[in-house]
Design a binder for this molecule. Sequence first.
Ligand code: NAD
Ligand code: UDP
Length: 315
Amino acid sequence: MKKILVTGGAGFIGTHLCEKLLNQGNEVICLDNYYTGSKVNVEELIGRKYFELIRHDITFPILIEVDQIYNLACPASPVHYQVDPVQTTKTSVHGSINMLELAKRTGARILQSSTSEVYGDPEIHPQKENYWGRVNPIGIRSCYDEGKRCAETLFFDYYRQYNIDIKVARIFNTYGPKMQLQDGRVISNFIVQALKNENLTIFGDGAQSRSFCYVDDIVDGLIKLMNSRNDFTGPVNIGNPDEISILELAEKILKLTGSKSKIVYKPLPLDDPKRRQPVIDLAEKELGWQPQIQLDDGLKKTINYFKSRVLYNKL
Ligand code: NAD
Ligand code: UDP
């Protein structure tokens, strides 16, 4: 049994990760400041013998004895990370330093949840790990993108300078149950709008693409990376290469929900990337990992989850 710290453990991906790690027989410490996460997400885990919940902000140091650290703390939805951009950068930069210092003191292995956003608005398609990216350093997405890029730098400098045992995952767009109703990301927005028979809001003309991965596949990839061979650090893309335009996604969600909602077009936010698709050869080779869940199947599960939430909240 390992003692595992999950920062951001009460968020969307963190909740699924905590549950899986517990089910695998580990002791899990979930740390969160509830900025975008919530206790409700982990309510089924509270009370389990090997689960512990700590309210803490990773921009401040903490000392706990652990064997592994999954550093997931950071708001991931543009609408939320742009509310307090300075705190977003601090979470990636100060937060990573604090978690890396913890790894240094305890000898724990530490995994960083980086992102496809390090590739920015890419001029290389699809994206491989050796692509350095095209990020605006002073735009409204920079607090997240540059924060995550700097976090990767810190991870690799702690690795080179102090021999810290690091793993870096570049996660691509993820969806599934336990996203907040107000999360603001595209799949949760479209599903909630469709279930409420409200207009589906496409930003821009909907020709921009993303490649969406179901959360169970992501969690599986993160655990495989954490337990990969000692000298494999990543960065490694973890995502589903199945690319789809935002317009096609809207049409698919309308069909799957049977909704009468209409599609409306709103202005495209600044610096919104045009295309996004991971090359996952490295994850396949090093981790023996590839996504198992097709978009239609994952969307059906996610729609069922939101149906229960929307009815429960009488929205
Ligand atoms: P989320 O917003 O649902 O979860 C983030 C969690 O971190 C929340 O519970 C939040 O309260 C917590 N948090 C934020 N700042 C904190 C701080 N300073 N101290 C402690 N806790 C803090 O997001 P998510 O989708 O679950 O993403 C989890 C991680 O995966 C993030 O680091 C994100 O950047 C990364 N990621 C996610 C996606 C995706 O599509 N979901 C894609 C790429 C990378
Ligand atoms: N998007 C949209 N309508 C929404 C929310 C998002 O058209 O209600 C678009 C957004 O402009 C982007 C894509 O969907 O092009 C994915 O957005 P999301 O915020 O989910 O993730 P990210 O842009 O960080 O990849």
